[in-house]
Design a protein around this ligand. Structure first.
Ligand SMILES: Cc1cc2nc3c(=O)[nH]c(=O)nc-3n(C[C@H](O)[C@H](O)[C@H](O)COP(=O)(O)OP(=O)(O)OC[C@H]3O[C@@H](n4cnc5c(N)ncnc54)[C@H](O)[C@@H]3O)c2cc1C
Ligand code: FES
Ligand code: FES
Length: 465
């Protein structure tokens, strides 16, 4: 497959692109070796580049991404800035700031920090969160933070900000031209859901790919061959957020950073979990549909969505159907998704439970480190109380304690009708300890996880008396 894109202002044509080649592999193979490879897992940020894309406000922004897990084909017709492109005759202000504060020693992480700061600089959002996905092993963060402080709050007007004024063309469909030669066209980027469904009918062995932050790891390590990939990135029917009087519906292919921006304050437990979800580079690509579709027992958003009684809208060859998320996960990495089906959206109800006077809702994530880490246990709770402080409705969602994300249904039943007080929590704690049979692995023992199941609920009570 041939594709064109723009790198540092120059149009680039790439012939014979393999759909399993990552953007980083291409950049380095084409001599743009300023972009570094550290982990090839999306974890360290050394490979960060800035890609122009539409933000949640509909305007163009520079979005930081980990090029090591971005399939090159998904960058067709996009405009990319790499570290080689930021100095325009003289050092860019973010580079100058790093030099001034001594923000680099071995320099291996530095291009990634520069690109994360660069993207945030044009958004006026340079802060610690802008570099939460960038690791430095030798300089120490104090001087990098001092560099960030030097460019905080800037409202730059230059050639780069100028570029953001020109709208991008919509992502063009890829690969549909030659439907008869799947072996030569193994990557499709349809523009409509109907085309996705048609492609799935035609190629039942095809794999859906959204942000590729899960699948990208398979690509970067060449662990898996994908006969045919169908990208959901340009499918407009999957990229919407609809706020209705009784529910919010989120398209499966909406990047998490858009959800963060557009729904802030609507679901406190979702806000909290998104804050701890990976890092900005990953949230700019990762989608809700991908987090559910991957069906990981340690996916962070399913526990939140379980606690909010979310329902999935699914489209397939026989039309559309809806299924409560709590019935969707069938076993380890197994879901109710049938051949030819796609998750279209997630519907989260917002209408209050009848009789509810107060809703308590929060989520918690316990990992080995604060940001950019996999959960040991994630939990999300929603409790509705009546006028007498009795529990009307209880949802306790957990991740990392079973083969699938799961609700503690027995404990939910036990809580209904009980007063929201310390005595009830003591009862719940006993039941919660036996609610799951988690595994021991490198991250934590089964016993540790059982105690987290209990203690996180107690913490919730202490924080929401
Ligand atoms: C550095 C790093 C940090 C991470 N941190 C976290 C974290 O903190 N918490 C967490 O939960 N996860 C984390 N992840 C995992 C990953 O980012 C999430 O699971 C993400 O939501 C996947 O979304 P995606 O769009 O990138 O999915 P993709 O990789 O594109 O797809 C994942 C799976 O879902 C399927 N799929 C995608 N969309 C649909 C759809 N609409 N219908 C049906 N199937 C679909 C695909 O076929 C594939 O099997 C991290 C990943 C990386 C690389
Ligand atoms: S090389 Fe570490 S995030 Fe890409
Ligand atoms: S300067 Fe060496 S890893 Fe950051």
């Amino acid at each position: 497959m041939n594709l064109t894109l723009t790198i540092n202002g120059e149009p680039v044509a790439v012939p014979n692109v393999s759909p399993t080649m990552t953007l980083l592999q291409y950049l380095r193979a084409s001599g743009r070796v300023g972009t570094k490879e550290g982990c090839a897992d999306g974890d360290c940020g050394a490979c960060t580049v800035a890609v122009i894309g539409e933000g949640s406000d509909g305007k163009l922004h520079y979005q930081a991404m980990n090029s090591c897990i971005v399939p090159l084909v998904s960058m067709a017709e996009r405009e990319i800035v790499t570290v080689e492109g930021v100095a325009n005759g003289s050092l860019h202000p973010v580079q100058e700031a790093m030099v001034k504060t001594g923000g680099s020693q071995c320099g291996y992480c530095t291009p990634g920090f520069i690109m994360s700061l660069f993207a945030a600089y044009y958004d006026g959002t340079v802060d610690d969160l802008a570099v939460e996905g960038n690791l430095c092993r030798c300089t120490g963060y104090a001087s990098i933070r001092r560099a960030a402080a030097l460019v905080t709050g800037a409202a730059p007007v230059d050639a780069f900000s100028e570029r953001l004024q020109h709208p991008l063309n919509p992502l063009p469909p890829l690969g549909l031209a030659d439907r008869e030669s799947p072996s030569e066209q193994p990557f499709y980027r349809p523009g409509a859901l109907s085309e996705v469904l048609m492609l799935l009918q035609r190629y039942p062995e095809a794999m859906l790919v959204a942000g590729a932050t899960d699948l990208g790891l398979e690509l970067s390590h060449h662990r898996q061959q994908f006969p045919i990939l169908i990208s959901l990135e340009a499918v407009t029917d999957l990229r919407f957020i609809d706020r209705r009087h009784d529910a919010v519906e989120i398209g499966a292919a909406v990047p998490l950073s858009h959800i963060e921006d557009q729904l802030r304050g609507v679901f406190p437990s979702l806000d909290e979990m998104l804050h701890w979800f990976a890092a900005r580079q990953v949230r700019n690509r990762a989608t809700l549909g991908g987090n559910i579709g991957t069906a990981s027992p340690i996916g962070d958003l399913p526990p939140v969505l379980l606690s909010l009684d979310a329902t999935l809208r699914i489209a397939g060859p026989n039309g559309e159907r809806q299924i409560p998320l709590c019935d969707f996960f069938k076993g380890y990495r197994q879901t109710d998704l049938q051949p030819g089906e796609v998750i279209v959206s997630v519907i989260i109800p917002t209408s209050p439970i009848p009789g509810s006077q107060r809703r308590l809702s929060q989520s918690y994530k316990v990992g080995k480190r604060g940001t950019d880490d996999i959960s040991i246990v994630a939990a999300a709770f929603t409790i509705d109380l009546d006028a007498d402080n009795r529990i009307l409705h209880a949802r306790l969602g957990y991740g990392g304690v079973a083969a699938t994300p799961a609700r503690a249904r027995g404990v939910e039943d036990l809580l209904i009708g009980q007063p929201w007080n310390a005595a009830t929590i003591e009862l719940a704690k006993v039941a919660l300890y036996d609610a799951f049979t988690p595994l021991t692995d490198l991250r934590g023992s089964a016993e540790y996880r059982k105690r987290l199941v209990v203690n996180l609920f107690e913490k919730f009570f202490v924080q929401h008396p």
